[in-house]
Design a binder for this molecule. Structure first.
Ligand code: CP3
Length: 370
């Protein structure tokens, strides 16, 4: 195990016992910790004001902008964690892959990676070492953010290999990721080589965020829901595990002297539309599982044998409903969350851009017992 430096927020007393970190360890802090996927983003006017002058990837790669955007929802809503403002394609961009984020369309890769020769070419050119050397904008942004936040943890994240591969193979967004899933079966060796390459890059991206001051991480496998359990288990889970290895090797000592025990950096796993994959997602070896809104927390907890803290799962459709309708839904999610060993309140997917930010602030107050 490699130990985090004494100045890391998990080690120096700032975040090691923050409500989010306690819940991810399986504890029940006084009130349920809450954050929102995509909380730093288009629902906030202060975010839109910054983005009016900066393209998405430029904002991600300019440390003071990325840090300011990461801090905005913490300031406004009082959430229990910041999620680092970045995107799943950032490691690809930094290693030199020709990719852009096109508003209203999605990630667009100029050179899709579809054949054994394509995979060999990208593996040779775009190496983890090259990414490691290009990550200073990410390290600087996380460091600035963690320093500004004090006791509020920063959550680092990465896309998972399947979700990124779905874009790389298609060249852009697709409905069922058919081309990627076809490659998985028509040429399993090339598929495995592609996923391992993506896993290594994402692992370097994730570890850099933790070393720079992130106190927990989330693996986002947005599109894993399009896979069958057997395909997920055999063709995808090994690469997701590989992505997490560099963070799993990082630890820190909690307590003093003989009482000191090694602790790990908490890892959350989340996939959209993945009710049929809960057991497989937990099996990747994570500390908490994000549940989307289609599966109730009680059912998820039952299926997982009460063995793992859960995160979620407010249905984003309720954010636009009447206050009493939303409140009843949030109360139900909190009630169901009590069946799990521990609960982090979140949405069942990202904040929709048209959300009234005051609604999110109200949910935080509800979670904190107001
Ligand atoms: O909670 C988080 O903020 C986690 C980080 C995260 C982001 N995007 C941040 C982001 C994750 C996991 C993603 C995933 C992602 N990014 C997907 C997968 C689908 C999904 O929703 O999970 C896709 C398709 C993208 C690509 C993407 N990101 C596009 C096309 C854009 C819009 C480009 C633009 O010019 O605005 C983004 C922007 C983006 N990614 C934002 C954030 C917070 C800012 C805008 C927003 O609120 O959506």
């Amino acid at each position: 195990m490699n130990f985090l430096p004494a100045s890391h927020p998990l080690v120096d007393g700032r975040t090691g016992d923050a409500p989010l970190i306690r819940a991810l360890r399986g504890d029940r802090p006084e009130s349920t910790p809450v954050w929102f996927m995509r909380q730093a983003g288009r629902s906030l006017p202060e975010y839109r004001a910054i983005r009016a002058d900066h393209r998405m990837l430029d904002a991600c790669l300019t440390p003071d902008l990325a840090s300011e955007i990461t801090l905005q929802p913490v300031r406004r809503h009082g959430v229990d964690a910041a999620v680092f403002f970045s995107d799943i394609v950032v490691p690809m961009k930094l290693v030199g892959v020709d990719v852009d984020l096109v508003a209203g369309r999605g990630p667009v890769f100029a050179n899709p990676v579809r054949t054994a020769a394509d995979v060999a070419r990208v593996r040779e050119e775009f190496t983890p070492e090259r990414l490691h050397a290009a990550l200073d904008p990410v390290r600087d942004a996380v460091r600035l953010t963690a320093d500004a936040l004090g006791g509020t943890p920063v959550i680092g994240f990465t896309g998972a290999p399947f979700t990124l591969a779905a874009y790389l193979v298609e060249g852009g967004p697709s409905r069922d990721h058919l081309r990627a899933r076809t490659l998985m079966h028509s040429d399993p060796e090339t598929w495995a080589a592609l996923l391992d390459w993506v896993a290594d890059l994402c692992g370097v991206f994730l570890k850099a965020q933790v070393e720079a001051g992130a106190s927990a991480v989330q693996l986002f496998d947005s599109w894993a829901g399009s896979l069958s359990p057997v395909d997920y288990r055999e063709r995808v889970a090994p690469a997701s595990r590989r992505t997490l290895e560099p963070v799993r090797e990082l630890g820190f000592a909690a307590g003093e002297g003989y009482a000191a025990r090694p602790r790990a950096v908490p890892i959350i796993h989340f996939a959209v539309g993945s009710g049929h994959l809960l057991e497989e997602l937990a099996d990747v070896g994570v500390d908490a599982l994000g549940v989307d809104w289609r599966t109730s927390l009680e059912e998820a907890n039952r299926r997982l044998g009460g063995g793992i803290p859960l995160q979620g799962n407010i249905d984003p459709a309720f954010l636009g409903a009447a206050p009493e309708v939303l409140e009843a839904h949030v109360a139900d999610v909190l009630r169901q969350g009590r069946s799990a060993p521990a609960h982090v309140l979140n949405l069942g997917h990202g904040v929709p851009p048209e959300t009234d930010p005051d609604v999110l602030t109200r949910i935080v107050a509800l979670a904190h017992g107001a």
